[in-house]
Design a protein around this ligand. Structure first.
Ligand code: ZN
Length: 408
């Protein structure tokens, strides 16, 4: 970059630090997800590749032999490079532990939505510092496994004050914050679910909306029915939030079609779908976000990703990281499950865990490695990104850049 003399420099008070450039070279296979490189595959893979980062952004991608000079050089030593994972669905503001429940379930007891109330009691009793320590612990854990964008939700407070504090804490650590006051009916309202919906769509929403970008509802038997879910989402929309929906996880229901009708960014879970649900998703802008960690951890039937993809639906993969039904923060694990058990190819699963997650969060600056995108990049101790599914459970992520900063 040309910097020719003090005369042209702005005053010191407004001058930005000169941005250094970093060349990452000797990449065996670079997955860009760059629409400009889309050929046979939306992954837009470049062999024998290099990347240049300037400040927080990618400024160049291409063949290593064509790479421009940079201030510093990082030798990828023949590793594959992929965009940082975009985990568009997690529940990380919580306290307590549900080991006993998992142990019981793996010993034969079924999963029920009511187990959430165990975490609600522990979360209400926790201090802000305890909740924030847990949140940052899981965000760091995810980052070390390659996740550079993570959405997270409230939903374990279920009072005005406890939901607002969960969102305030979340907003300190991620831009992708979701108001989920309608996770389950608060125990105080067990005999008056309508009264709880009034709270969620009234005073609780007023307190929470300033801290959130999204509004979500668990539309499921045992949680909120279609009319209640519609009331929650439309109230959120009126406050400037964009909807996303926990839909069709435990059985058939109205969640997916409601999500599409209201223009939700994503319908999450999508485990039990009718043909009408698939048609609705295929005809709308709503992403189907699949959360295989939940099926794994509850021994439930897998969502049929192949059926969705063949119908032309955009699919994202996410962890659903939460202490009850899916206590994993590992996107590589979810990729492996999606390939092994949900009919996705390794390339489709990788796209869904990166570009698909970005689509589910309506972001174009992440989930890809392309000039102008955020410099979120992961190196794998493997010559091919297929190893993410081929070598399940193996810690392949060796290096992580987020916003141009090497975090691992
Ligand atoms: Zn969830």
């Amino acid at each position: 970059m040309a910097r020719d003399g003090l005369a042209d420099s702005p005053p010191a008070a407004v001058r930005e630090d000169p941005m250094t450039t970093t060349l990452i070279t000797n990449i065996s296979a670079l997955v860009t997800n760059d629409p400009a490189r889309e050929g046979d595959s939306p992954l837009g893979t470049v062999e024998s590749a290099a990347v240049v980062i300037e400040g927080e952004h990618i400024v160049w991608t291409g063949r290593a032999q064509d790479a421009p000079a940079a201030d510093t050089v990082h030798d990828a030593a023949g590793r594959a490079a992929v965009p940082g994972f975009v985990d568009s669905h997690s529940h990380l503001v919580f306290a307590g532990d549900r080991t006993a429940e998992f142990n019981a379930r793996m010993s034969g007891a079924p999963y029920r939505a009511g187990g959430i109330r165990t975490t609600v009691a522990a979360t209400r009793a926790a201090s802000d510092a305890e909740l924030e320590a847990g949140l940052t612990r899981y965000l760091d854990e995810a980052l070390r496994q390659g996740t550079t964008v993570m959405e997270t939700k409230s939903g374990y407070g279920l009072t005005v004050a406890d939901e607002a504090r969960a969102l305030e804490l979340a907003a300190r650590h991620t831009d992708e914050v979701t108001y989920l006051g309608a996770h389950v009916v608060a125990p105080e309202y067990a005999d008056d679910p309508g009264g709880y919906v009034d709270l969620v769509t009234g005073p609780m929403l007023d307190a929470c909306a300033p801290h959130a970008r999204w509004v979500d509802v668990f539309c499921e038997r045992g949680a909120f029915d279609g009319d209640q879910a519609r009331a929650v989402l439309t109230a959120g929309i009126a406050k400037g939030l964009t909807p996303r929906v926990h839909a069709n996880q435990l059985g058939h229901g109205p969640g997916v079609r409601l999500a599409v009708e209201l223009g939700a960014a994503s319908a999450d879970h999508c485990t039990h779908l009718t043909d009408a649900d698939i048609d609705a998703l295929a005809g709308g802008d709503t992403v189907a976000t699949l959360l295989p960690g939940a099926e794994f951890s509850t021994r439930a039937p897998w969502p049929d990703a192949r059926r969705l993809l063949d119908a032309g639906v955009t699919v994202a993969l996410s962890t659903d990281c939460n202490p009850g039904s899916s206590f994993t923060s590992s996107m590589p694990f979810c990729i492996a499950l999606a390939v092994r058990d949900m009919g996705m190819t390794p390339h489709e699963a990788l796209w869904a865990a990166t570009a698909g997650g970005a689509r589910a969060l309506r972001r174009t600056d992440v989930g890809r490695i392309a000039p102008g995108s955020r410099a979120d990049l992961v190196l794998l101790d493997a010559p091919s990104p297929v190893h993410l599914a081929y070598r399940p459970g193996v810690p392949l992520v060796t290096d992580v850049w987020r916003r141009g900063v090497k975090e691992k």
